[in-house]
Design a protein around this ligand. Structure first.
Ligand code: NAD
Length: 318
């Protein structure tokens, strides 16, 4: 078997086009331009690239996009003050603090300072709690991206066995919740998990989000499995070139899987596209607007995810 690649780059382009359409609609019908503020602390190269990409794509989709570049020695109080200003700024619908933050800053104090209605990363405990309770919430972008990619190749997830490798707050845990809501039987694996290859061999879908280069081997997979590779790892190839590899041994896995996402070009581009989709959702929700004014505009999100994000008045949270 030779797996079909799920082209995250092309699917993300469609999602971004849909978001741009929604932004134009919001501007035309409601005089609203969604605003996204991205805050970067320090000069980490990878983080700067991510922030520039997010800002560029936000602008291209018609958002008001603002970047705040703070020095690595910025005080926690100063950062909290900026978040307070952004919380109060009516033109800002989404606030994203690029992680990681420097060690002297309390990451949780900062994330919890964000107004949950503007928490487009879906990391605030308010949104985490609502997601866990099956209530409408702003959910984290990477898990939304993974569910969307799976839904491009399988329409009904109910009853499927899924192994999610990794249970971080930003990927594995929320993803397990979303997949459980979609009717999957989810096994959440982590570093301490025993017999991971055996668990994977029983799964209809394997999602790898461990941050461990090429952890998942071809002989861990049952024929026909769907493989979603979230991992982004730097590896050096045989001629000494640094390249990006995922958590899945791609060539081996492609011989067993029916569908597989590549790295790069799989989950990554979709994650950024969902940041934009979440910002539109936040703009709509904060104003108590409803996509019902234009049913076409509701096609952006797969139905279960869409239902969670649509027409939610998160203002209750503030
Ligand atoms: P993390 O380090 O916070 O969590 C890793 C999780 O994987 C932990 O639960 C850990 O127990 C588990 N784990 C690690 N090694 C394991 C092993 N050998 N077997 C089983 N479980 C193992 O990482 P994270 O922030 O969730 O990110 C995971 C990976 O996904 C990283 O490579 C990261 O760069 C990537 N990532 C990609 C995107 C994207 O948009 N594509 C977004 C977020 C994270």
């Amino acid at each position: 078997m030779n797996a079909i690649r799920i082209d995250g780059k092309a699917i993300a382009e469609l999602l971004r086009a849909r978001v741009a359409h929604d932004v134009a609609l919001l501007q035309a019908e409601c005089n609203v331009t969604p605003g996204l503020a991205v805050v970067l602390v320090g000069e980490d190269l990878a983080s700067s690239v991510y922030v520039k990409t997010k800002a560029r794509q936000a602008q291209a989709a018609g958002f008001k996009s603002q970047q705040f570049l703070l020095p690595s020695n910025v005080g926690e109080a100063e950062l909290l003050e900026l978040i307070e200003e952004l919380n109060a700024d009516v033109s800002i619908d989404g606030i994203l603090i690029q992680l990681p933050l420097p060690g002297h800053v309390d990451r949780w104090r900062v994330l919890e300072a964000i107004n949950p209605a503007k928490d487009v990363d879906g990391f605030h405990p308010y949104n985490v709690g609502r997601l866990a309770a099956g209530r409408p919430a702003l959910a984290p972008c990477t898990p939304l991206a993974v569910v969307h990619l799976i839904k491009t190749v399988v329409t009904d997830l109910s009853g499927l066995d899924v192994v999610v490798i990794g249970r971080s707050n930003i990927v594995g845990k929320p993803l397990a919740l979303l997949l459980g809501d979609a009717g999957c039987t989810v096994t959440g694996a982590q570093l301490q998990t025993r017999n991971l290859p055996d668990l994977c061999r029983k799964a209809d879908i394997v999602v790898a989000a461990a941050g461990w280069a090429e952890l998942v081997r071809g002989d861990w997979l049952k024929p026909g499995v769907i493989v979603i590779d979230v991992g982004i790892n730097r590896a050096i190839d045989s001629v000494g070139t640094v390249k990006l590899v995922g958590d899945v041994a791609f060539t081996e896995a492609s011989k067993r899987a029916s569908y597989i996402t590549p790295v790069p070009g799989g989950v990554g581009p979709m994650t950024v596209a969902y940041l934009l989709a979440n910002t539109v959702n936040a703009a709509v929700s904060r104003r108590g607007l409803s996509w019902l004014m234009n049913p076409d505009a509701r096609h952006v999100w797969p139905s279960s995810v869409r239902e969670k994000n649509r027409a939610v008045d998160l203002q209750q949270a503030t």
